[in-house]
Structures are given as C-alpha cells and as structure tokens.
Design a protein around this ligand. Structure first.
Ligand SMILES: *Cc1c(COP(=O)(O)O)cnc(C)c1O
Length: 475
C-alpha cells in the first residue's frame, strides 16, 4: 500500500487529471452488506481497481478546480502515524495535544495574533461557523444576555431583544448562509454589502447599511472581511474594516480560507494587511497549506471568550490533579467536537520538515503563475479575462466574436467539460456578472510553468474546435 501511494505521487504528471468511473465498476458500490470477509488482499485489490483511479483529480499538477489542495507524501505518512497511534484529542495528559497547541501557537504567530486561542477543525466552513458562534456569544453577553442558556429565543420571562445581524460582502462564501441558519440567526441576519469594481466590499455602502439597519430596529454585532474571495481572489480592505469595527464596537472576523496563507509569503503579504487586527480568523490548511483533507484552523484573539463559549462540565470528563485526566479536556472545552483526531501531527511534521519559508515560496510561485496566466489571457485574441486576478484565481473565457453572451456561455461550458473529460486539466467554473467563466483557483504546489502553458493552449485548441464544429453544423 505504501509503495503504491508513493509511486502514485511520483507519477502523477503521466496520468489523466480525471476520468469517468465506468458503469461496470460502479456496480461494486451496490454490493450488499459483507457478512463474510474476503480478506485484506482481496479488498485492497478492489481499492486499486475501483477507487484509486477515480478520484476527482486534485492530486494532479493540472488540477485547479474549486479550491482544493493536493496533499504531500510526508503528510500522508503523518496521517498513518496519527491513525496508528490513534490518540483522543479531546485533551488529556499526553503529548498529542501539546503538538496541537504548539501548531496553533505557530499559526497564530504567523497570522500576527500571537497568543490567540484556537484549534484545528475539519474545514473552513467549520472554522468560520465556530468563529461566528463565538462572536454571537460575546455579543449577547455584552448586551447582558446569555446565549448558552437562552439561545436566541424569546422566553416569556426574558427581555425583548432586537435581532442580531452581521455583515459581509455579496462575494462572501456560501458557508455564511449555512452558519446563519445553523446558529439560529437566520439567513435574514446575514446582510450582504455590495462590492466595488475590484470585488471588494464597498465600505461606504456598509456604513449606510449599518445606519439604516440600526434605525430599523436591528442590532449589528459583526463584520466579516474576506481575505481571498472564492470567486476572484479579491481581498476586502481589512485595515479599514478593522477600524470601522473598532469605531462601531463590532466583532471583526476574517474568512481567510485560502487567502490568509498569503501572510506567509513576503511578496504577497501586503494584500492581506489588517488580518492581524481581526478578533477571529478562519483558514484552511487543506487548501493553500498543502495538507491532506481535512484540516483547518480557527483563531480567536481573546482565548477566554472562546473558552467560555464552549466550556462544559460533565462528571465523566472531570479533570483530575494527576494521571491521564490532568489538564482536562482542553480542546473539547474550546470547540464543538469531543472526540477529535490527531490532525495536528501532519501540520507539525510538514512545517518542521520543510520550514514555513518554503510554503511561502510555493504560495509566491502560485501567485506568479496565476498572474502570468492572466497576462497571457489578456494578450490572446481568442481569450478574455472576466475579472481582475489579484491573487491566485483567474476567471476567463474563450471568446468567439460571432457569438452572443448566451452562446458564449454554452460554448465555454462545453469547453470546460471537454477539458475535464479528456483528462487534460480540471478548472471549475463560476459566473461573473452572468457570464460563465472558466476559473483556475491555483493552490497547487505540483504545477510547473509548462503545465500552465499546456492549459492555456488546450483551452484555445478546444475553443477553436468548438467554433469549427458550429460552423460545420451551419453549412
Ligand atoms: C473554501 C472556502 C470556504 C470553505 O472552506 P471548506 O474547507 O471548504 O469548508 C470558506 N470561505 C472561502 C473563501 C473558501 O474559499
């Protein structure tokens, strides 16, 4: 198994980026409950033939879809060590939580909030939702309430409170809607501010919304800035949002799912300036941090308020003065999960083995490759850049002068599917002002400059081919 996985990781460039699962192979996944065993060899053979070749391709050097990281061989082995040792990361008096506390401490220092509290969670959605939950707890407490006892319900003996609302731009990732629903705030509480031509939150509009909402009986408690929006890689003016939040006594949260990692890269860091003033930051390590899924981090500047949001007392988890329960369940008291795995080991090993500076250089390489790609798109007569590309995301399309907007959308979608189905490369798509954009989200440490050039020429080739097909169909 180890040989196969290591061979795989060193032969990726020769494999298709993605391939469809043949119907005959899908049948395996309809087999009934295995009451009798077939043994490890037989089941591993099934893994090799029916599962391994049919991933979504994110390990490959020409994968740029959504925002999915690649993983590394060392982190893969660290996952094996973590699963082999299998410690329980609620806390306890053992070495693994010391590893997680050290990793979180390093990350807090790198983000410019040394001493912040935090923990590793499954992903950016979980990390952001966690942070918004802490902000909600702090907001209710500062208004004399207790969200842990009362929730956001109106009890007959309770005070009547105004609806709590929070703000982000229209470019905020979809987690925010889920979180608003899940935290009992409701989607109505998520107020979406418009963006400027660079897809950054329009702060004058935000101020007007705050004033308007307060005048209409709403109670603003938090503004979220995004470092690296999912559509275009734009970063809100985090310094200005920090100042506004200080002026207005609002919690300042940053969704830095991938963009926060730009803080590790000296030549890109300025784009996310202001990050270090956040009350909370959420970011993934399984996107631009090259960690295998799942791995993200949430940092809360005020460690006490994070602790107070989640602290629980259960007799069966009581802290003892000595022994295995000395120190209690540190992480279970600071997050939602009780039983937690040893995600921290892969981060701890990878960061030490490579050094953070190397990760910074990879991030710089990705940004350079994305910028060069965007320039090549702009320079090419058949290609069109659909949004500014400040960081690592490029939104573009093939442009045929004879086609209207609807025709271009159809053509570019077909182009995308052929690119994927031929195993050449995997970009994904989005809509920019109604236009279907091919979207490269580049967090791939395996991509060479030749890979980037190959994607560009393949897009042009397939676009030309589609135009020729349409011409033939007409004549
Ligand atoms: C990916 C992403 C998320 C969600 O993170 P997951 O790890 O996929 O849960 C949130 N915000 C932004 C900006 C993202 O790019």
């Amino acid at each position: 198994m180890l040989d196969d996985m290591l061979d795989l990781q060193s032969s990726l460039a020769h494999r298709p980026t993605w391939q469809e699962i043949p119907a005959v192979k899908r049948a395996l996944f309809d087999e009934p409950v295995p009451m009798e065993g077939i043994g490890p060899d037989a089941v591993y053979a099934r893994f090799r033939s029916h599962i391994l070749p049919y991933g979504n391709g994110n390990w490959h050097p020409r994968f740029f879809g959504w925002v999915q990281g690649q993983g590394t061989p060392l982190a893969m082995l660290a996952e094996m060590l973590a699963a082999g040792m299998n410690p329980h990361l609620a806390g306890f008096n053992q070495a693994p939580p010391l590893v997680e506390r050290q990793v979180v401490g390093w990350l807090a220092t790198l983000m410019g909030i040394p001493g912040a509290g935090g923990l590793l969670v499954t992903g950016g959605t979980a990390a952001n939702t966690h942070a918004l939950g802490v902000a909600r707890f702090a907001a209710v407490r500062s208004r004399g309430g207790n969200v842990r006892d009362n929730g956001l319900q109106h009890w007959p003996d309770g005070p009547t409170t105004k609806p709590l609302v929070f703000y982000g731009s229209v470019e905020t990732h979809g987690w925010a809607r889920k979180a608003a629903e899940w935290l009992g705030l409701g989607d109505r509480a998520f107020r979406r501010a418009p963006v400027n031509a660079d897809y950054q939150m329009d702060l004058a509009a935000l101020r007007r919304m705050l004033e308007h909402d307060r005048a209409h009986g709403l109670d603003p408690f938090c503004v979220m800035g995004t470092a690296g929006t999912v559509n275009t890689g734009a970063t809100d003016d985090l310094r200005a949002i920090a100042e506004l939040c200080r002026d207005e006594s609002l919690w300042f949260h940053v969704d830095g799912a991938f963009g926060a990692l730009a803080a590790l890269a000296p030549s890109v860091r300025a784009q996310v300036a202001g990050l270090e003033q956040a009350d909370s930051i959420a970011f993934d390590l399984h996107k631009w941090g090259a960690m295998p899924f799942e791995c993200a981090c949430v940092l809360v500047r005020d460690e006490t308020v994070n602790h107070e949001t989640f602290r629980a007392t259960a007799t069966y988890l009581a802290e003892t003065r000595r022994g295995v329960s000395a120190g209690g369940v540190y992480f279970a008291d600071r997050g939602l999960d009780l039983t937690r795995g040893f995600k921290a080991l892969k981060v701890w090993m990878q960061l030490q083995a490579d050094g953070v500076a190397k990760l910074g250089r990879i991030i710089e390489q990705n940004v350079r490759q994305a910028h060069q790609f965007a320039e090549a798109v702009t320079a090419h007569p058949s290609l069109e850049l659909l949004a500014p590309a400040p960081l690592n995301i490029v939104c573009f399309r093939y442009h045929a002068p004879a086609l209207d907007e609807a025709g271009l959308n159809v053509l570019n979608e077909e182009l995308l599917l052929r690119l994927q189905e031929r195993g050449i490369a995997v970009p994904s798509s989005t809509r920019i002002g109604g236009r279907l954009a091919l979207r490269l989200a580049h967090v791939n440490h395996r991509t060479t400059d030749e890979d980037m050039a190959l994607v560009l020429s393949a897009v042009v080739e397939i676009g030309d081919e589609l135009v020729a097909e349409q011409r033939d169909a007409r004549s």
